[in-house]
Design a binder for this molecule. Structure first.
Ligand code: IPE
Ligand code: IPE
Ligand code: MG
Length: 241
C-alpha cells in the first residue's frame, strides 16, 4: 500500500441524503452519519501517509437546499471543528480552508479561522475543508485578486492583463502552496465534478464509487488508491518507452 501514495486526494462526499432516505430517516440524519465517516476517513488517510486531503463538504450551489438542512450542515461543521482539536493534535493534522469564507455565517467563519490558527504548527496531514466552495467561484476570486494586486494606471494595467498566465491565476487561487490533487474520489455513483477543484483537477485521476458516503470504510479508500496506482498518468504526452 505504501508505494506511490497520492500526495493530494480530494473527496466529493456524496450520498448522505440517499443513505438516510433508504432507511426512512430524514436527510439530516444522513449528514450526521456522513460526518462520522469523514472523521474515520481523515484518520485512515493520515495513517496511509496522504499529505493533503481536500473534503468537499458544502458547495456554492448547496444554498439552494432547505434552510433547515443548510443550518444543520453548518452546525455539524462547527461541532466537528470544536470536537476534533484533540484528535488533530494527537495526529498532527493541520486544518486548511478553500472557498468563499466571507459568505459563511460569522460563527462558522470564526470556528474555521480558530481551527486554522490552532493547528497551524502541526506537520502531519493537511485537511482542506471545502465549504461554500465552487471551482468557478475560486477562479473568479483568483482573477479579482490578481486585478487588485496589479492596480496600476490604464496602460500598465492592460499590459498586465494581456500577459496574465496560468501561473498568475494558479498563484492567486485559495491555496497555491498545495499541489494539485492526484486523485479525486466521488462516492454515491454520480459521474460529475459538481464544481469541485475545476482548475486544480485538470489532470487528476478520477475514481467513482457507487457506495454512499456514510457507508465508506478505510478499505474503500484503500481500493481507490490501489486503483489509482494502476493508472498511467500521461499529462497529454505519450507512454514512456
Ligand atoms: C452530500 O450528500 C453532502 C452535501 C452535499 C452537503 P447529499 O446531501 O448531496 O446526498 P444525496 O446526493 O442527496 O444522496
Ligand atoms: C456535491 O454534491 C457537493 C458536495 C458533496 C459537498 P451535490 O449533491 O451537491 O452535487 P449534485 O447536485 O449531485 O451535482
Ligand atoms: Mg448529492
Amino acid at each position: 500500500m505504501d508505494k506511490d501514495i497520492p500526495a493530494h486526494v480530494g473527496i466529493i462526499m456524496d450520498g448522505n441524503g440517499r443513505w438516510a432516505q433508504k432507511r426512512g430517516l430524514v436527510r439530516t440524519q444522513g449528514h450526521l452519519e456522513g460526518l462520522k465517516t469523514a472523521k474515520k476517513i481523515v484518520k485512515a488517510a493520515s495513517d496511509l501517509g496522504i499529505r493533503y486531503l481536500t473534503l468537499y463538504a458544502f458547495s456554492t450551489e448547496n444554498w439552494k437546499r432547505a434552510a433547515e438542512e443548510v443550518g444543520f450542515i453548518m452546525g455539524l461543521v462547527k461541532q466537528y471543528l470544536r470536537a476534533e482539536f484533540d484528535f488533530s493534535k494527537k495526529n498532527k493534522i493541520r486544518t486548511r480552508y478553500t472557498g468563499d469564507l466571507s459568505g459563511l455565517p460569522q460563527d462558522i467563519q470564526k470556528e474555521i479561522n480558530d481551527s486554522i490558527t490552532d493547528t497551524s504548527s502541526f506537520e502531519g496531514m493537511q485537511v482542506v475543508l471545502a465549504i461554500n466552495y465552487g471551482g468557478r467561484d475560486e477562479i473568479v476570486r483568483a482573477v479579482r485578486r490578481f486585478a487588485s494586486h496589479n492596480n496600476k494606471n490604464g496602460a500598465e494595467y492592460s499590459e498586465a492583463l494581456n500577459k496574465i498566465s496560468e501561473e498568475d491565476i494558479g498563484g492567486y487561487l485559495d491555496n497555491p502552496d498545495i499541489p494539485d490533487p492526484d486523485l479525486i474520489i466521488r462516492s454515491a455513483g454520480e459521474y460529475r465534478t459538481s464544481n469541485f477543484l475545476l482548475w486544480e483537477g485538470a489532470y487528476s485521476e478520477l475514481y467513482i464509487s457507487d457506495k454512499l458516503w456514510p457507508d465508506w470504510e478505510k478499505s474503500d479508500l484503500e481500493s481507490a488508491i490501489t486503483d489509482y496506482q494502476k493508472r498511467e498518468r500521461r499529462y497529454g504526452g505519450v507512454k514512456s518507452a
